[in-house]
Design a protein. Structure first.
Length: 307
């Protein structure tokens, strides 16, 4: 049987290759306009963000400068009104509370409570809680103060102010007679887990020394022994106590009495010299007495020879 020409050994093609536009080209042709518009919107958004960031940065710097220059309550309130969303406005509330405390304690506490409730993520939140706790403690509200102070003392992110809260809690425990609890708080106040320096360490150490100190023991004086019957009684006279005045008494200096000027007297005239007396006349020496007569020599004896 003869083979047909179509039954040759040449392989048949699997598929035909289509040389038309690809899927990507078709997508670009269909959405080119949309892509261009989208790119424009992205560019506009980036530009708007940059402008907004610059404006926000400028407002933040302006608000911070105004906060630094503020001195009175009205100045801080202006910062809050002009830049209500800024960190400076939030920081103004605790500063207002510090000024209000001297004149109106309820207003001061209200300002701190407003800050704590409105700005729970503010970096000064722990400081505001400690400040509010100390003010409540001063008003005698120990329970509310302890709750706030304990929250800060046990916080791991408020290590810069936690020692102060621990010291306050130690003082509360000591006042209540809980010596062991006071020791624990004072010891915790000396810790420095962040290793950034504990500015309250010395204060806590001093408190710990005081809480360990024992008060002096009062000793009753011994009763005097009664004298025996018939013995002379000599009452013991206590020695006088010399009280030293706080300020030494000064003897007043007498005022000098003015002396009456004496009337000058007339000078005494000089006394004339006394005339010299005439010298006495020379006295003639007295004549020598006559020599004694020689004794008579008896007859027959020889007269002695003169010496």
């Amino acid at each position: 049987m003869a083979e047909s020409p179509s039954s040759s050994n040449t392989p048949a093609p699997i598929a035909e290759i289509d040389h038309g536009p690809s899927k990507l080209d078709q997508f670009l042709d269909a959405h080119t306009k949309k892509l261009i518009i989208g790119a424009i919107l992205v560019a506009v958004g980036i530009a708007a963000y940059v402008v907004y960031s610059g404006v926000a940065k400028g407002e933040a710097e302006e608000a911070g400068a105004a906060l630094m220059d503020a001195e009175k309550i009205a100045d801080y309130q202006d910062v809050i009104k002009k830049w209500p969303e800024s960190n400076a406005a939030a920081s103004a509330l605790p500063l207002i509370a510090d000024i209000q405390w001297a004149d109106s304690q309820p207003d001061s506490i209200a300002s701190l409570e407003e800050f704590i409730s409105k700005y729970p993520e503010h970096p000064s939140l722990a400081t505001a809680k400690v400040s509010l706790g100390l003010r409540l403690l001063e008003q005698g509200k120990t329970s509310e103060a302890s709750e706030l102070l304990t929250e800060v003392a046990e916080s791991e992110t408020a290590t810069y102010i936690a020692p102060l809260a621990c010291i306050a809690l130690g003082d509360i425990a000591k006042a209540e007679g809980k010596t062991e609890d006071a020791k624990k708080w004072y010891e915790k106040a000396q810790e420095d887990p962040s290793e950034q320096g504990n500015t309250f360490k010395d204060t806590a150490a001093a408190r710990l020394i005081l809480v360990n100190a024992k008060p002096p023991v009062k000793i009753k004086p011994a009763l005097p022994v009664p004298p025996k019957p018939g013995a002379p009684t000599n009452p013991v006279v206590p020695a006088p106590i010399l009280e030293t005045p706080d300020t030494p008494e000064t003897t007043p200096t007498p005022t000098p009495t003015p002396t009456t000027p004496t009337t000058p007297t007339a000078p005494t005239p000089p006394t004339p010299p006394t005339p010299k007396a005439d010298p006495p006349a020379p006295v003639s020496p007295a004549p020598n007495p006559p020599a004694p007569a020689a004794p008579a020599v008896p007859a027959g004896e020889k007269a002695p020879e003169p010496a």
